[in-house]
Design a protein around this ligand. Structure first.
Ligand code: GDP
Ligand code: IMO
Ligand code: MG
Length: 438
């Protein structure tokens, strides 16, 4: 019966891949509920590093079923490459992957539209991943999108591709870059071929998940992006085009809210953001550069340098509220090992007033100044700590300050990319099925 959601609680890249892979030790199924190739979830096992984009972060565990849900948008050629790379690395993908027949597809026209908009002189530049994710969700909401199951209806496919091409061209002001505007005949033929290659994986995944939940399976619902990138609850318009918050697990997988037993929020011990949009605690200075260097903060999907800054408790409190997070996983903790002092943003100041919650408008957030509480640094290596008590006192105080300011317990602390660089707190209010401390 139990389903748990793992949700990004900042602007994405919080280390969801590492945490999901870790928690999968106790799960039967891992199911991705949103986003698409814009996600990049990194998992480090021994000396191997995997960057997953569509495929759930449970795939490295041999007996765990991985589901790509209906809420995910798929770029078939890059998904097939992901599958091929994992198979070449000896991972049992064929046996363990299922893809929703209702998932929508990204076509070349969507990518062209994304790129053309980002390069247009006018309009809001969002700094998207330029992979066509936003326009594909637009097609879905506009009710002309192409779904995976339609690749098997050869008679209708060409007309459906023509419709997506035409509508996407219109949505983009009439013209797409030539490279991303191939003849529909070519796209229909390519996508029919991709469909055949994906056919063994395609399933009614909502039926599968509900049946397995009825049988008592533990399902981990893996979020992509983060709460501040959610289409409704994020910092609109500097967001992605899907529901990345915990609520998206129900719509993106086809399971009832009554099925969900708990939500685990993944939070970096500081903040990063990639792409445009306000970021109150950003340190566009040597401190930020040091975080970037120590945390290797470059995008797993685009390679772009991530903007870095201090921990923002306003953002974290908001995420806890929106997702009802009951256990936090605090990641990249080791990155802060070298700092003399570590500020935490506890509130904002705007127009002479103190704000404790996130304002709805991007312009207001941009004008907010962070109010900091400055914590002493610990200036020692935490990467080998395996229990909370192994951490130096100042590091424990930093964790406790976050718990106090955010109003949620930190059950997991990650001090390195590998599985064993993790503290599972025995005293934290962590769900019973989590791996226990060694
Ligand atoms: P995701 O999108 O939330 O899965 O996160 P990403 O994989 O895009 O980015 C997180 C990065 O931090 C990856 O390179 C991880 O290997 C790495 N990482 C995860 N946890 C830790 C940690 O505790 N310490 C350090 N130093 N790196 C970590
Ligand atoms: P994971 O799952 C960080 C950001 C983009 C851009 C905005 C919109 O790895 O945490 P899009 O291409 O989605 O239309 O871009 O969202 N973005 C992410 N940032 N991590 C991600 O995924 C992201 N997915 C999208 O940089 O600002
Ligand atoms: Mg990422």
């Amino acid at each position: 019966m139990p389903a748990f959601v793992v949700v990004g609680s900042q602007w994405g890249d919080e280390g969801k891949g590492k945490i999901v892979d870790l928690l999968t030790e106790r799960a039967d199924i891992v199911a991705r509920y949103g986003g698409g190739p814009n996600a990049g979830h990194t998992i480090c096992v021994d000396d191997r590093r995997f960057a997953l984009h569509h495929i759930p972060s449970g795939i490295l565990r041999p007996d765990v079923l991985c589901v790509i849900g209906n809420g995910v948008v798929i770029e078939p050629a890059s998904l097939l490459k992901e599958v091929g790379d994992l198979v070449a690395a000896g991972i049992a993908v064929e046996k363990n992957l299922r893809i929703s027949d209702r998932a929508h597809l990204i076509l070349p026209y969507h990518r062209g539209c994304d790129i053309a908009r980002e390069e247009a002189a006018r309009g809001v530049k969002l700094g998207t991943t330029r992979l066509g994710v936003g326009p594909a969700y637009e097609s879905k909401a506009g009710r002309y999108g192409l779904r995976l199951a339609e690749l098997f209806d050869r008679g209708a496919l060409l007309d459906r591709v023509r419709a997506v091409a035409g509508m996407t061209r219109n949505a983009c002001g009439g013209a797409l870059p030539a490279e991303f505007d191939p003849p529909p005949e070519t796209v229909a033929a390519d996508y029919a071929r991709h469909g055949e290659a994906l056919r063994p994986f395609v399933a009614d995944t909502a039926a599968l998940l509900n049946a397995r939940l009825d049988q008592g399976a533990v399902v981990l619902c893996e979020g992509a992006q983060g709460t501040l990138l959610d289409l409704d609850h994020g910092g609109y318009p500097f967001v992605t085009s899907s529901t990345s918050t915990a609520g998206g697990a129900c719509t993106g997988l086809g399971i009832s809210p009554i099925r969900v037993d708990g939500v685990i929020g993944v939070l970096k011990a500081y903040s990063t953001r990639v792409g445009e949009g306000p970021f109150p605690t950003e340190q566009d200075n040597p401190q930020g550069a040091l975080i970037r260097e120590r945390g290797r903060e470059f995008g797993s999907t685009t390679g772009r340098p991530r903007r870095c800054g201090w921990f923002d408790a306003v953002v974290a409190r908001y995420s806890v509220m929106i997702n009802q997070i009951e256990c936090l996983a605090l990641t990249l903790f080791d990155v802060l090992d070298g700092f003399d002092e570590i500020p935490i943003c506890v509130a904002y100041e705007h127009d002479g007033r103190r704000l404790e919650t996130l304002p709805p408008n991007a312009d207001v957030l941009r004008a907010c100044r962070p109010v900091y509480e400055v914590m002493p640094g610990w200036k020692s290596d935490t990467s080998m700590a395996r229990r909370f008590d192994d951490l130096p006192p100042a590091a424990r105080d930093y964790v406790r300050a976050i718990e106090r300011l955010v109003g949620c317990e930190v059950g997991i602390i990650s001090t390195g990319p590998q599985r064993d660089r993790t503290i599972i707190r025995a005293d934290g209010r962590i769900p019973v099925w989590l791996p226990t401390a060694a």
